[in-house]
Design a protein around this ligand. Structure first.
Ligand SMILES: Cc1ncc(COP(=O)(O)O)c(C=O)c1O
Length: 383
């Protein structure tokens, strides 16, 4: 008989119970999950086809429609992080050879470019310096040049802190017979979104930011127009796990087994969405706006400047310029080790130039701002 390899010394050390330091997560996400969400996730799991769980899936769909302001019947949570839901929009909407126009003004625009290319899209881009947004005229010119099947935009560019205005974009897309795909990963729950009124056809998000849950159950929705394109495909969706023809049968009335849903995460997502509905969506957006304005004031009062023009700043994520002579990485490390506060560094082109401060979901509170400003006042002079 094969003998069990005995436990080694380093494994023996790992027998100690899990110990994770307490942190205030004020980076680009995740944020701290709401205590009620953590408690919901602590509920013992039932089976993924249990009638009680199926009822919970229906509730998630309904609450998600409210959070996104849509009536799309195909509105679900993808079992995976925001990138999985992002890939789901591309995998289902793009057929090889489709012209896909992508607005790139930051890191996540580029991720869309990479994904669309992998699904055989004829990718075209329209670009802006990081921190700026596209005007309606610029989008019109690009649509006239490229006549794309899909226009993909990032509503809340987490790498820059800029909010892309959407008014008029849906009408423009209809004029050109183009589907509008929107990344709402850093906006859902914290930034006003009106998917149907804006004419958005495909959207995705995540659970760990404005919704105030843990990562892993990511909102996805598609309009009847996008569904029609899916039904008319001449090729199979090239991703089995994210194929909405299959997932729709698990989330819809047929209830066909597709995969074993991460039950406890779905408990958390349902509670997070319930909390937003209880607070009221408009109140939740207002809370994010009020607290971020308090943050901007606090940062400016201690002599820091912000990267994005005020009109286009996100309520969920602020990019703060690292002053000349200050070591950005060392500052962030000190905030973490001495004050238990996480903030993010710059991503891509803005690496080394900015810090990224998130006030999302449960963390969008004046106490979060007070703690951060007080900590920065201690850390910055040492730099
Ligand atoms: C705008 C945007 N899109 C997509 C993603 C990917 O989400 P995830 O990291 O949950 O996979 C992120 C993550 O921060 C994001 O900020």
């Amino acid at each position: 008989m094969t003998q069990t390899i005995s436990i080694n010394d380093s494994q023996r050390l790992q027998l100690q119970p899990l110990e994770i330091p307490s942190r205030l997560l004020l980076g680009p996400g995740p944020c701290n999950a709401h205590p009620a969400v953590l408690q919901a996730m602590n509920t013992p799991p039932v089976g993924h086809l249990d009638p009680a769980f199926l009822a919970l899936m229906d509730e998630i769909q309904s609450l998600l429609r409210y959070a996104w302001q849509t009536e799309n019947s195909l509105t679900i949570a993808v079992s995976g992080t925001g990138s999985a839901a992002m890939e789901a929009t591309i995998a289902n909407a793009v057929e090889p050879g489709d012209v896909v126009l992508i607005g790139v003004a930051g890191y996540f625009g580029n991720r869309l470019v990479d994904m669309a290319g992998r699904y055989g899209a004829d990718v075209r881009t329209i670009t802006k310096p990081w921190g700026q947004v596209f005007s309606l005229e610029e989008l019109r010119t690009a649509l006239e040049i490229h006549h794309p099947a899909i226009l993909a935009l990032v509503h809340a560019e987490t790498s820059t802190g800029a909010r892309q205005p959407l008014e008029g974009v849906g009408e423009l897309c209809r004029e050109f017979g183009t589907l509008l795909l929107l990344d709402t990963v850093t906006s859902l729950g914290g930034v006003p979104i009106f998917l149907d009124a804006w004419g958005v056809d495909l959207a995705y998000s995540c659970s760990q930011k404005g919704l105030g849950c843990s990562p892993g159950a990511s909102p996805f929705t598609m309009s009847p127009r996008a569904l029609e394109k899916l039904q008319k495909r001449s090729t199979k969706v090239a991703n089995w796990y994210l194929d909405m023809n299959l997932l729709g049968k698990y989330w819809g009335s047929e209830r066909v087994y597709h995969h074993t849903a991460p039950i406890n995460l779905y408990y958390g997502l349902r509670e997070a969405l319930r909390l937003i509905a209880e607070e009221g969506l408009a109140n939740c957006w207002q809370r994010h706006q009020k607290n971020v304005e308090y943050l901007w004031q606090g940062l400016e009062e201690i002599g820091l400047s912000l990267h994005v023009e005020r009109e286009y700043r996100l309520p969920t994520l602020t990019t703060v310029r690292i002053p000349t002579g200050v070591d950005g990485k060392a500052t962030a490390r000190q905030l973490l080790t001495e004050h238990g506060i996480e903030i993010g560094g710059g991503l891509g082109e803005l690496g080394g130039q900015v810090w990224r401060v998130g006030l999302m979901g449960f963390n969008s509170r004046s106490e979060s701002v007070d703690r951060l400003i007080a900590a920065l006042q201690q850390v910055l002079p040492k730099q």
